[in-house]
Design a protein. Structure first.
Length: 260
């Protein structure tokens, strides 16, 4: 089997892998939902879904602090990584002794391509196609319902001290668009730091405070309300905006509720 990953790297597999390690939480859940079981032998400490794998699978470190020697000792025949979530040094080290598929996801279409690629790599093409079609149908219905809502400007916060928001070239930004919100920081790149003065200049009428990677709480709504009176501030589930695997099935219903 030969295919290209999302960085354009050629991936060679002589057979369907039987010893897989996922170092991306959302893709770990995807592998489970595609029907894999014993084939997945390792996950990260942040791979909290599904719970049964979180409790039973070998943990190989954090997404940005992988235990390379431990991973090598497990003799994986495929590692599934991500350009943003994993470090270049770790990916280079892993690539020295096994096959590494690197995902790079900035849009919902990138996510569909990744699901198809992973399905092919692990011998679950039909399951991957069925999953993608299910997700696409739900998002098409959501887009139809939200066609008149794109004038609502919003900012998505991922960090505090300093404040950091999602820019326009991120998967989060595309999910905001799918949800019916216009990213007020869409002209900015990646996850820019923002002062209170800069946030004010973006003229957003709605703030989303994510549950991850920084765990925003009610007290942070109170904190921001003092500086931004009149702005609607909502705590949101970060998994719904940033997990690009099978968790996307749950996102459309969740997004609809944000407009209530």
């Amino acid at each position: 089997m030969i295919l290209h990953d999302q960085l354009g790297r050629e991936i060679h597999l002589e057979k369907i892998p039987s010893r897989i390690i996922s170092v991306v939480p959302s893709i770990t859940e995807l592998l489970f939902d595609l029907g894999l079981k014993e084939e997945v032998i390792g996950v990260t400490k942040f791979c909290i879904h599904p719970d049964e794998w979180f409790k039973s699978k070998q943990r190989v470190g954090g997404t940005k602090q992988l235990k390379i020697d431990l991973i090598k000792s497990l003799h994986p025949d495929l590692i599934i990584a991500n350009k943003e979530e994993n470090t270049q040094n770790d990916i280079n080290a892993l690539s020295e002794f096994t096959t590494v598929y690197i995902s790079d996801i900035k849009t919902i279409n990138d996510a569909y391509k990744m699901i198809a690629d992973v399905g092919e790599l692990v011998g679950k093409n039909s399951e991957a196609e069925k999953l993608s079609e299910e997700i696409k149908t739900q998002f098409q219905n959501l887009t139809t319902n939200n066609q008149q809502l794109l004038t609502k400007k919003a900012l998505y916060f991922i960090w505090r001290e300093p404040y950091m928001v999602a820019g326009g070239d991120t998967f989060i930004s595309d999910m905001m668009l799918q949800a019916g919100f216009d990213n007020a920081a869409k002209h900015l790149s990646r996850y820019p730091q923002q002062t209170k003065e800069q946030l004010n200049e973006l003229n957003s009428r709605e703030f989303f405070l994510s549950s991850e990677p920084f765990p925003f709480k009610e007290k942070h709504i109170t904190e921001l309300t003092k500086d931004f009176p009149g702005v609607k501030i909502t705590l949101v589930d970060g998994e719904m905006f940033s997990w690009y695997g099978s968790r996307m099935k749950l996102a459309p219903v969740y997004f609809q509720q944000l407009h209530l």
